[in-house]
Design a protein around this ligand. Structure first.
Ligand SMILES: Nc1nc2c(ncn2[C@@H]2O[C@H](COP(=O)(O)O[C@H]3[C@@H](O)[C@H](n4cnc5c(=O)[nH]c(N)nc54)O[C@@H]3COP(=O)(O)O)[C@@H](O)[C@H]2O)c(=O)[nH]1
Length: 812
């Protein structure tokens, strides 16, 4: 129906009388009438008043009725308006032209008023119906075009009758493809029809899920439902197709979230804006011991341990308000009353529009085990596994703290370095298990003396430290050091075996008196401890400035020795050994000198002990061996009487005997020498500390020609039993016995006894340090085999020795 109550009709005719009659008739029929007497006026009135129908004279004075009709029909508002041609012309061509121009009907003049009434009424009804249909179509089309669901109308055989853009998109169909068969892209279409309930009545299937492939070949889910529609007795089907990827993804996300919520080992508690618990997950119940129903509606404060002050919670809430989240370690209480630590993260969920708090989500895990594990790790990293004493790491931290405290509070402290004397011997002779027992017992004794107020630590090996952090006077510290020395000197009974040779050497330094930084304090304590060792062990030393310069000297000496090795600054002097039976010289002792680039000739006593201590003697020994063998080769080549060289060997040169003897072998081969041209002079001390392997090697070497002399005899252990055990050829009486021969009759007896004993053991005996004829005579009278000393010659460079030999022992 028209919105207006009255239909409006435009009548067009150039005959005023007819126009009047027509108006009269139409008004009587209840129409509103507009009149025009020309074609131009008719078009103009139409545009202005948009009538519902037009009665148009075919023969107008200006433009023809057919043209007026065409113009009206071309207007957007005129397209669907019925135009009835009212004309006296009724020839076929005019009728054709009228209908082609868009007129809906025509009536011939003279008018049959009843026909006009009914035709006009009918055409207006048709116009109304068409208009309503068009609106409905437009609406339907708008809906179909705008809906996200795909809607397809198909015949029972699957021919697509209608398809909306969304369906085209879902099935990836081009716009212009109109000849579509549904089963090509929805093969299971017939399944849907089969499950449609009923037959004739309008019915709809439940949505069935299918998978589609997108242009990239990936599957995506669609949901299709089908309804039967009857159209002009024809059965059609309307399919609603929906891409449910998002919905499925959302469902899966929800499922996942729910699964995480229920299965995670982390407790989750959700509270509302008033912090009332709304939801908890199973992990929450497991950790806290509360059932869900016991906590819903409660405040999380029911878990409160009471271990945190109010300020702690105030700060937490403040951060939640300002930053929206908080996390940290917190102690809570289980239902059982047990306190436990947890790592808690709280996040605020707000309404995105109003920003009001909706929920607080708390996630926490019980970190009891983790804390325990961390404590274990910390303990392992900071304590010595054997003695349970703080280790170097913890000791360093405590020392740093003590230094800071000293600076802040002015509180002085003392640092002690304690080293067990002869610990290595226990390890080497009794094994590491005894070494461990010794350390354990030493640690126990040290801790007992230091007491709980001072820190005792084990830095490693047999090195202990004590941080004496109390206010002690020097005298009190001395007392502590004396007690430590005395306790460590007491016998250690390990596995029933008593060790009474262990003792301790202690170095003590003060902060701030000696130094105020960790490195220097440690260095000072270490130096002082070495001084205690040098002083004969089993004692203590306080650090002094002089020790520092001593240490500096050692550092410089080491640097210089390395330089000397690199630049081959070592030379050999040779001291002849006189054969007292034949009065001939056949062998010499090689004695090292350091030809320093600025300091001149340096005697061995100034660097050999240090080279032994630092291990540099091995490299020096290698060079000496080479020089001596080369020299012997030269003497051999010029038929010198010197056939044999004695070399002084330090203990550590035989630490790796295979290496040493293979070096010797190399030199002998290189310089064409025999083993029996080399004599090794070793000390009693060297033999005492060596293991069976070294002794076996010496035996082996001796059997293949090398000879071994025991040097400085009488100054060391002088245990006669080892003279039988060890592979020795020569016994060298220490020069201290020879030096005092004349004044001291005891020495005479001793020298006589040594000569007798040496011979009894099949050893050749040589006396060193022979400086006068009286000494020489005594030795000759008592059957000594060889003599060496300043009386004959001081140690000389090779060339000087050659001259000396030529002067004194010329064979011609
Ligand atoms: N490992 C090595 N040690 C070596 C080497 N060369 C020497 N040394 C050891 O250094 C110590 C000192 O040696 P040195 O200053 O050469 O003194 C020797 C002689 O010069 C000295 N001597 C010899 N006769 C007399 C004498 O009549 N009077 C007197 N006052 N001194 C004399 O005695 C030293 C010989 O010592 P010894 O080895 O006991 O025969 C010294 O201990 C050397 O061992 C080396 O290459 N490697």
């Amino acid at each position: 129906m028209n919105n207006r109550d009255t239909n409006r009709v435009l009548i067009v005719d150039d005959d005023p009388l007819f126009l009047m009659m027509l108006e009269q008739f139409l008004v009587n029929q209840g129409y509103a009438v507009f009149k025009a007497d020309s074609g131009v006026q008719a078009v103009s009135i139409f545009k202005e008043y948009l009538p519902d129908a037009v009665l148009l004279d075919g023969d107008l004075p200006d433009i023809s009725g057919v043209e007026v009709c065409q113009q009206i029909k071309q207007l957007p508002e005129g397209h669907h308006i019925p135009v009835i041609m009212v004309t006296a012309m009724n020839d076929e061509s005019f009728i054709d032209q009228s209908f082609h121009s868009g007129s809906s009907d025509y009536i011939t003049k003279p008018i049959h008023w009843a026909v006009l009434k009914n035709r006009l009424s009918y055409l207006l009804q048709v116009k109304e119906t068409t208009s309503a249909l068009q609106i409905s179509e437009a609406r339907k089309s708008a809906i179909l075009n705008s809906t996200a669901d795909g809607i397809i109308t198909v015949s029972p055989l699957g021919k697509v009758i209608d398809i909306n853009p969304s369906a085209r998109q879902i099935f990836d169909l081009p716009e212009d493809d109109t000849d579509l068969l549904l089963h090509r892209y929805l093969p299971s279409f017939q399944e849907l029809l089969a499950i449609l309930p009923g037959s004739n009545n309008i019915s709809r299937t439940k949505a069935i899920r299918f998978n589609r492939k997108n242009p990239e070949g990936e599957l995506f889910p669609i949901e299709v439902s089908c309804s039967r529609i009857m159209h002009s007795s024809q059965e059609l089907y309307s399919l609603t197709v929906r891409d449910i990827s998002d919905r499925i993804a959302h469902e899966e996300a929800m499922k996942l979230a729910s699964s995480v919520f229920n299965n995670t080992s982390e407790a989750i508690v959700i509270t509302d804006d008033k912090n009332v618990i709304r939801s908890v997950n199973p992990a929450f119940c497991k950790i806290t011991g509360f059932a869900e129903e016991e906590v819903i509606g409660e405040s999380p404060a029911l878990l409160s341990s009471g271990r945190h002050a109010k300020e702690f919670y105030d700060q937490m809430w403040k951060q939640l308000q300002t930053e929206g989240s908080w996390q940290g370690e917190i102690w809570n209480r289980r239902k059982s009353g047990e306190l436990y630590p947890e790592w808690l993260s709280i996040n605020t969920v707000r309404n995105s529009e109003t920003n009001d708090v909706l929920r607080y989500i708390g996630l926490f895990s019980d970190i009891t085990q983790r804390k325990k594990y961390e404590e274990d790790i910390w303990y392992q990293a900071n304590y010595d596994a054997l003695t349970d004493l703080p280790n170097r790491t913890l000791f360093s931290a405590k020392l740093k703290e003590a230094i800071v405290r000293q600076k802040q509070e002015g509180r002085p402290f003392a640092l002690m370095f304690i080293d067990l004397d002869r610990f290595k011997e226990v390890n080497d002779t009794l094994g590491h298990s005894y070494g461990d027992l010794l350390l354990l017992e030493a640690a126990r004794r040290l801790q007992k003396i230091a007491g709980p107020e001072n820190l005792v630590a084990r830095l490693g090996g047999d090195e202990f430290t004590a941080l004496i952090d109390q206010k002690y006077t020097v005298q009190q510290l001395e007392k502590i050091a004396e007690r430590i020395v005395s306790e460590l000197r007491k016998p250690f009974v390990l596995n029933g075996q008593e060790l009474s040779y262990i003792s301790g050497s202690i170095g003590i330094t003060f902060c701030p008196g000696d130094a105020t930084d960790m490195e220097t304090l440690l260095k000072h304590a270490d130096m002082a401890m070495y001084r205690a060792k040098e002083a004969g062990r089993n004692t203590y030393r306080f650090y002094t400035e002089e020790m520092n310069s001593h240490a500096l000297h050692r550092i410089r000496l080491e640097e210089e020795l390395r330089y000397a090795i690199e630049h081959k600054e070592f030379i050999l002097f040779y001291q002849p050994k006189l054969d007292l039976t034949s009065n001939d010289i056949h062998s010499v002792e090689a004695l090292i000198r350091w030809q320093h680039r600025t300091k001149g000739l340096i005697p061995p006593i100034e660097f050999i002990p240090f080279a032994e201590e630092t291990g540099l003697i091995n490299e020096i020994g290698e060079q000496i061996l080479d020089i001596a063998c080369k020299q012997l080769q030269q003497w051999q080549q010029k038929s010198s009487p010197v056939e044999k060289i004695a070399l002084n060997i330090s203990s550590c040169q035989l630490d790796k005997p295979e290496q040493f003897f293979s070096g010797l072998e190399d030199r002998l081969n290189r310089y064409g020498l025999r083993r029996d041209q080399i004599k090794l002079e070793i000390t009693e001390h060297l033999l005492m500390g060596k293991d069976d392997n070294v002794i076996a090697q010496l035996h082996h070497q001796r059997q293949s020609g090398l000879s071994v002399a025991i040097d400085d005899f009488g100054t060391g252990y002088s245990s006669l039993s080892y003279l039988q055990v060890f592979p020795l050829d020569e016994l060298k009486i220490d020069q201290s016995f020879i030096r005092n021969l004349s004044e001291n009759s005891k020495n005479k007896t001793l020298v006589q006894a040594i000569i007798t004993m040496g011979h009894a053991l099949n050893m050749s005996v040589i006396a060193e340090g022979v400086e006068n004829q009286e000494q020489m005579d005594f030795l000759i009278d008592n059957g000594c085999d060889q003599a060496q000393g300043y009386l004959l010659s001081k140690p000389l460079p090779a060339e000087a020795l050659d001259n000396w030999l030529a002067d004194n022992f010329c064979r011609n």
